[in-house]
Design a protein around this ligand. Structure first.
Ligand SMILES: Cc1cc2nc3c(=O)[nH]c(=O)nc-3n(C[C@H](O)[C@H](O)[C@H](O)COP(=O)(O)OP(=O)(O)OC[C@H]3O[C@@H](n4cnc5c(N)ncnc54)[C@H](O)[C@@H]3O)c2cc1C
Length: 424
């Protein structure tokens, strides 16, 4: 790999320059696929534009959501992944796309560093967490979308421990040790499950009684995990209750004030620590680039993943609004789709470089696994329901497969050993 000064790639080149904007699941998969599979005769130049020198492996955040000594585990560094590969990394943000000039500008919005001409542009800028306009929510809640979010949660939890340790009355300690997660989708369940597993140990270590902890999950709909079959939802609910999580279902959050969350029925829930896992939105920058987008800011793309009306721009991952031809629904924001879209896009770019046509993307889902605590999960695969240790094994196996896909056996082995040690 080469860390490239943006100006060094701002000149036109005879090579077919592929600019990949965003180094998440989609961007990393694409860069590595192209670097491994392109032949010298394809004459490709691969340029990754990403502000960070590492990928934040978002789907691994449940492992580090609370209390782990190494939240940085969810960071995959380019130096490890791209070693020896012909990938130029420009550590800047994509600031604007100029389709008419076939260039992108990179750098801060108010003073872009330079324009980079492209043969093909691939937009893979992902999504960010969004909070609705509930009074007090944005000010009080932590979102769970980055390693620094996980660290923030950790700091808030530790601060509450310190406060609780000074309080003589049990009722006051219970209030101080109240933690609330909002959102009963996969992210919310994974985060609340990790907290439920990790916190009692931390509270005991701090010399307090874990029975004084209050952990709640608020969800506006009457159930959790709507993407899973009914049987699996029931298992997840039972597991959470067994872990001491109170499920507040069918209750919409109305406001957050002075560390108290008020729900639709008027119930007031002490929540000095509040984690919002209720929704995501495509990276808002993407709507400024003159490309067609849907109501959640995702960029429309056609069956070969090209941006609407732009033959030399592909869109992949969470930022892409791809309509599943089977049911006409936009694909959900999932790493497994981001990775497969990137694989198809890589094949299309190679086909185009060799004078062929891009390939259509066929979305398939072979399974889905949700962790409910670090050692237990629910989900399905190949139409079979799976749960318990097997489901968590399958979920962790998807991480290992990704490390193998973008990295090497050595990297996958190293990370697997680290993962197994995380919650000991
Ligand atoms: C807590 C959590 C748990 C999850 N668990 C799962 C799971 O178990 N299974 C699953 O399939 N999915 C899961 N997901 C969803 C999954 O992580 C996303 O679908 C996936 O990350 C999408 O990949 P992406 O490459 O499109 O975007 P991302 O991984 O978000 O990467 C986007 C990248 O683009 C960069 N970027 C943004 N704007 C710019 C710009 N202007 N210029 C340059 N770079 C830019 C960002 O820095 C980022 O590195 C989870 C998500 C979260 C938050």
């Amino acid at each position: 790999m080469e860390i490239a000064d943006p100006r060094s790639v701002s000149v036109k080149t005879a090579k077919k320059r592929v600019v990949i904007a965003g180094g998440g699941y989609a961007g990393m998969t694409l860069a590595v696929t192209l670097a491994h599979r392109a032949k010298p005769s394809d004459d490709l130049e691969i340029v990754l534009v990403e502000a960070r020198p590492y990928q934040q492996a978002l789907s691994e955040l449940d492992l580090v959501a609370a209390g782990t000594p190494r939240p940085q585990f969810a960071e995959l560094w380019h130096l490890d992944i791209f070693r020896g590969l012909p990938i130029k990394c420009v550590y800047e943000r994509l600031e604007c796309v100029h389709p008419e000039r076939h260039t992108v500008s990179v750098g801060p919005r108010d003073c872009p560093v330079c324009e980079i001409p492209y043969w093909r542009l691939v937009v893979a800028t992902g999504a960010i967490a969004t909070t609705p306009s509930v009074p007090g929510l944005a000010e009080h809640a932590i979102t769970m979308w980055s390693v620094s979010d996980a660290q923030k949660l950790q700091r808030q939890i530790e601060a509450q421990f310190k406060i609780a340790a000074t309080l003589p009355e049990r009722a006051d300690r219970e209030r101080a040790l109240s933690f609330t997660v909002i959102g009963g989708g996969a992210t919310g369940i994974e985060v609340v499950g990790t907290i439920a597993a990790v916190l009692p140990k931390m509270i005991r270590r701090a010399g307090m009684d874990p029975a004084e902890m209050r952990l709640r999950l608020i969800e506006a709909r009457p159930d959790v995990l709507y993407d899973l079959p009914e049987r699996q939802r029931l298992k997840a609910r039972r597991r959470l209750e067994k872990m001491g999580v109170e499920l507040v279902l069918g209750e919409k959050l109305m406001k957050v004030e002075d560390g108290v969350a008020t729900v639709e029925s008027g119930r007031e829930i002490p929540s000095p620590v509040l984690v919002w896992c209720g929704g995501a939105h495509a990276d808002p920058d993407a709507t400024d680039w003159g490309l067609a987008f849907d109501k959640s800011g995702r960029l429309w793309c056609d069956e070969v993943l090209k941006a609407k009306d732009h033959d030399d721009i592909y869109v992949v991952g969470d930022v892409a609004a791809f309509k599943d031809p089977a049911d006409g629904r936009i694909l959900p924001m999932l790493a497994q789709f981001a990775i497969r879209e990137a694989e198809t896009c890589g094949n299309s770019l190679l086909a185009e470089a060799r004078g062929g046509s891009p390939l259509p993307f066929h979305p398939h889902m072979h399974g889905e696994f949700v962790s409910v605590g670090p050692g237990w999960g629910v989900g399905w695969m190949f139409k079979l329901n799976v749960s318990g240790r097997f489901a968590i094994f399958m979920k962790r196996l998807t991480y290992v497969m990704y490390w193998l896909q973008v990295g090497s056996y050595r990297l996958a082995w190293k990370r697997t050993r680290q993962m197994l040690r995380l919650h000991r």
